[in-house]
Every structure is written in C-alpha cells, then in structure tokens.
Design a protein around this ligand. Sequence first.
Ligand SMILES: *Cc1c(COP(=O)(O)O)cnc(C)c1O
Length: 382
Amino acid sequence: MNTYARFPVTLVKGQGSTVWDDAGNAYLDFISGIAVNTLGHGHPAMVAALADQAATMLHCSNLFHIPKQQQLAEKLVSLSGLGSAFFCNSGAEANEAAIKLARKFFYDQNSSRRTIITATQSFHGRLLSTLTATGQDKVKIGFDPLPPGFVHVPLNDIEALKQAVTSQTAAILLEPLQGEGGVNVAEATYLQAVRQLCDEHGILLMLDEVQTGIGRTGSMFAFEQAGITPDILTLAKGLGGGVPIGAMLASDEVAASFGPGTHGSTFGGNPLSCSAALAVLDVIASESLLDNVKARGEQLWQGLHELKQRFPVIQDVRGQGLLVGAGLSIEAGPVVTAARGEGLMILLAGPKVLRFLPALNVSEEEVNEALALLASVMEGFA
Ligand SMILES: *Cc1c(COP(=O)(O)O)cnc(C)c1O
C-alpha cells in the first residue's frame, strides 16, 4: 500500500557506510536505514553470525527455551542494570509491551493507576496504543476511537509534568532524546527531576530508547548520561543491526507482573534475530565503537558548527553522539534531495530539521567527506 512517500531511488547493495542504487551510483549512508544499521552494511561478524544461525536454526517459537535469547537477555540486563527482558519485533511492539506491563503492575497491586504521561513531539510508534502515546497529532488523524489513558506534556518542563501527575498516573514514558520529533534533547537535570518525581509518587519511569539505545548517543543507553535508571526500557532500531528485533526490559519487581499468558509474540526473540543482536553487541565492544561514536559525534558536531558560521540558514546544531540534527530557517526537504544528488544520504526530523544517523563504525574520513558534500550542497541554499 502507498504508506510511504519514498525517495525516487532503489538501493540494491551496501558495504560499510556506502550504499549503491540500481544505476550503480554510490552514496555515503548517513541514514543507516533510520538508525538501524548499527555496524553499517555487510559487517563480516554480522554476516557470519547470520549465516551460521540460518544453517543451525532460524526459528522454533517461544514454546521452547532458546539459548541465544537467553544470552541476549543476560547481556542486555547486565548492560542496563534492569532485571529481565521480553523480546518482540519492533519499536512500537516494545512500547506496547511496556504500556501493558505498567498497567498490569498496578492492576496486580489492586491500584486503579492506569494513565501514561508522555511528551509532546514524542514518537512511540504506529500501533493504536503507541500512536496514542505519541505527542504528534499527525499520526492519529483518522484512527479514532483511540485507547484512553494517555496525557501529554511539553518536554523539559518539570512543572507541567508535576501538574499532570494525578492519583491515576501509572507511568511516565519519555525518549531521552526525541528522534523523529525534531532531535530534541531531554536535559539531564530534567530526567533526574523526572526520576525523583516518579520515586516520590510510586510512578514507573519508562524510557523509549528505540532510537537512542545501543550506542547511538555515545553510551550504550542515553539514560546513562543523565545518571538515572528507568523502571522499564524499550529498544529496537539499532539492536538487531538490520534484523527486526525489539526488546522491553524491566526491573525484577515490575517484570514479575508478566506471567505466562499475559503477553507474547510468535517471532519475538527468535534464534536468528537474537544472533544478530548478539553480534551487534559483540562488535560494539570488540571494536570500541562507543569511543568512535563520541569521537565521530564531536567531529560531526564541530563540522556542522563551522557550516553554521558559513551558512546562516543553519540555525542550530543539536543531539548527542551520532544522533545529530541541524535546525534550518528553510524547509529541509530540498536540502535532503540536493544532498542525495551529491551522493550523501541524510534525512529529516520534522519539516525544518536535517538528521544525521551514520553507522556507529563510520570513519573519520567518511565524516569529513559528508561535511564537504554538505558544504557544497549548502552553497545552493545560501
Ligand atoms: C522508530 C521509533 C519507534 C517505532 O519503532 P518501529 O520499529 O517503527 O515500530 C518508537 N519509538 C522511537 C523513539 C522511535 O524512534
């Protein structure tokens, strides 16, 4: 169905941070399949893990114990400090699982708390629950009746959040850095105050790290940079490096509300997708990719600031690590199109924001090349 306004390009091949179209044109890939191709394209460890798992067993269902799923759960638990993991197939499914778990947690305590507070400009997915959680009207139009129990407040406004909390509030769901909604950073002091507010009222803090998780911001999870831990964490995009997988992690106390029959997914956490995620986590560690994200992120940030001096249509540069946005005074769509014409793939985050999402193993030369290409593109918009 015609659900996507696609670029007029057919991509047929990728290697590292380069992709090729069906006419043989090469592009520098600063989209990474929307923050998915964590290790770029064709990483040998990824290829080997997938080939090996495909030859051994692709799928067996959650009727059985799955060693790779167990290993992945243990890794994610130890990296996050949370207690256990539920696996699904996408970011929206991970958030749906989080919403269900939060409600069930209070139901189990004979509490009537069911409401979830989220931020305006947030993005949590396209399921009925998650588009209702999303703080943008454009994803909701035409899909009513929407499920009740969602309230929205502006990001980084702790007073507005305090006002919104009632005796019916079950959870606060936030992205530590809003990706789709414009590359808007939740301030560390705000996240700390939200954590404190949750603790004071017995409310669950749920962080949607579907876009920011798995190293994208320079730490394994963005919440680490604020020095807090959520009660529930959702992951997807970069977790499988291109193979669909989502995860919802929770503290042991909260996770205890999901028993047999409360939630499930036929494909969730199958051997293939878990092998992909294990390969991603192994390579992030073995190739010290968090260090690379920090270094390349600073380089990109620095370069964009220099471009901002030269081209006043660039109004500000924001983000963390390799999730970087440039706010423009003009429509960003034509800039994205012109960049593609020069061989640089970048995307939008709202109508006037350019978004840069290179692979975590992008090289210094590739970042320099992207900046040089962007500089020549911006000449046309000066
Ligand atoms: C992309 C995204 C989602 C939705 O993920 P899907 O895999 O498309 O369902 C949810 N939350 C955030 C923060 C995202 O960036």
